[in-house]
Design a protein. Structure first.
Length: 164
């Protein structure tokens, strides 16, 4: 049977334990998961980490997951998914606030690439409040963000954010 590949897109600026949770859960559902750092994803220009840095951080956190790979892409997600032969795009949903935007994106991606299904995964309750932007704000104001970021990369993330 054809390998079932899922793509998990985002800005991952930086990766949080919320992202990692979605990656690990998707890796159980699909034969292969490609985490893709979208370089043109939403708030371009306001990123704390370069695309290369974000890719490296995700790679470090997912080293032990055999069926997970990491990539970056600039362009249409629907096109990237087609190139990779993916059957699904995975999205994490935290609260109602994520819903409208994600639903719109899922519908447009379906129009652009009829082969692709968007699979929404509910955030784990302990990660419902977590976002990369909250981490950046808390860290820049001197708060301890270690509980919210993967331990493999916590030093790198904190060092960079503290430097501003
Ligand atoms: P953010 O919204 O934190 O800037 P991204 O744009 O990188 O994050 O999000 C990539 C994907 O991960 C999106 O589908 C988003 O809904 C999901 N996601 C982000 N944070 C969490 C979390 N804490 N729990 C579950 N899913 C999340």
């Amino acid at each position: 049977m054809k390998e079932r590949i899922a793509v998990y897109p985002g800005s991952f600026d930086p990766i949080t334990i919320g992202h990692l949770d979605i990656i690990k859960r998707s890796a159980k559902l699909f034969d292969k998961v490609i985490v893709v750092v979208m370089s043109n994803y939403r708030k371009a220009g306001s990123h704390a980490f370069s695309v290369e840095e974000r890719v490296e951080l995700v790679k470090k956190c997912t080293e032990g997951l055999d069926n997970v790979s990491v990539d970056s892409y600039m362009g249409l997600l629907a096109e990237y998914a087609r190139q990779q032969g993916a059957v699904a795009v995975v999205k994490g949903l935290r609260a109602v606030s994520d819903f409208e935007d994600e639903f719109q994106q899922a519908l447009i991606n379906k129009k652009l690439n009829g082969e692709i299904e968007t699979v929404f995964m509910a955030a784990s309750s302990e990660n419902m409040f977590l976002s990369s932007s909250v981490i950046k704000q808390v860290c820049m104001l001197g708060g301890d963000v270690t509980p919210f970021i993967p331990k493999e990369v916590s030093k790198e993330i904190i060092d960079k954010l503290m430097k501003g």
